[in-house]
Write a protein that binds this ligand. Structure first.
Ligand SMILES: Nc1ncnc2c1ncn2[C@@H]1O[C@H](COP(=O)(O)OP(=O)(O)O)[C@@H](O)[C@H]1O
Ligand SMILES: [Mg+2]
Length: 241
């Protein structure tokens, strides 16, 4: 069974006159590292939001984590990790990094249950993996954009999702941090959990087979497998700027 199986989907924003995504089909299997490229406004973010049940699918069928997305969006969101493209934390946001990462467990816990040992372990492990132990007791709003990005990655790793989606997660991170995180992502993929990443910079991609998707104007114009070293040049030639 594919983790993501979209067949001929169309999605539109409320009040939008025409669909942003047009007749798109995509399958993602366990253990795949999927890179999504394409020019601005191609619909990359909208694709991730559709998979996460945040944008209405008007036609077509969408099975995510074995569930029919249209009738199970809440449950799908509990199973999918999603690091959004642009987020902003008010400087006075009262949560520490530790608490924000623990919130990644809330979907499993339910709101009224207190975290158990498993939950503390998963949160601690994610913090250690991403290398943000030194930030654990700081409040999230006082961190730099890049540090906040790492926290949101740790939050989604603590969630132990069935698929991890990331929308331009490296925009505020330097080469060293990108390479470090890419190693973590490689290990996640090797453990079987697929990753679906929208990206613009491809240095530091792990040397594994990449499932490459290029989007143009709401459609997938290329869906192929390639080596990490080929990703950048293929995207360059496939994009309609
Ligand atoms: N909330 C929204 N309401 C209406 N239209 C939107 C919204 N978000 C994005 N769009 C439109 O959808 C199209 C695709 O946007 P997006 O998915 O963000 O592209 P990308 O991530 O590839 O840059 C754009 O034309 C954009 O203007
Ligand atoms: Mg986007």
């Amino acid at each position: 069974m594919s983790i993501i199986d979209l067949k001929g989907i169309y999605t539109a924003y409320e009040g939008g006159d025409k669909p942003v995504i047009n007749d798109l089909s995509l399958r993602v299997e366990r253990g795949e590292y999927v890179v999504v490229g394409g020019p601005n406004s191609a619909g990359k973010t909208t694709l991730l939001e559709s998979i996460n049940g945040l944008v209405r699918i008007t036609h077509g069928s969408a099975i995510v984590c074995g569930l029919d997305l249209q009738s199970n969006a809440d449950e799908v969101r509990r199973k999918v990790g999603y690091v959004i493209q642009n987020f902003y934390f008010d400087p006075f946001t009262p949560f520490t990094v530790e608490q924000v990462v623990m919130m990644g467990r809330f979907g499993r816990l339910g709101l009224l249950n207190r975290p158990k040992n498993d939950d503390y372990d998963a949160a601690e492990k994610a913090i250690r993996l991403v290398g943000i132990e030194d930030l654990a007791h700081k409040t999230i709003g006082t961190l730099s954009g890049g540090q906040q990005q790492k926290v949101m990655i740790a939050h989604n790793i603590a969630k132990e999702p069935e698929v991890l989606m990331l929308d331009e997660p490296f925009s505020n991170l330097d080469f060293h941090a990108r390479e470090y995180l890419q190693c973590i992502f490689r290990d996640i993929v090797r453990s079987g959990t697929p990753i679906l990443m929208v990206a613009h910079a491809f240095d530091g991609l792990p040397e594994i087979r990449i499932h490459l998707i290029v989007m143009n104007r709401g459609r997938i114009s290329l869906d192929a497998f390639c080596e990490a070293s080929e990703v950048e040049s293929i995207i360059r030639t496939e994009c309609v700027w």
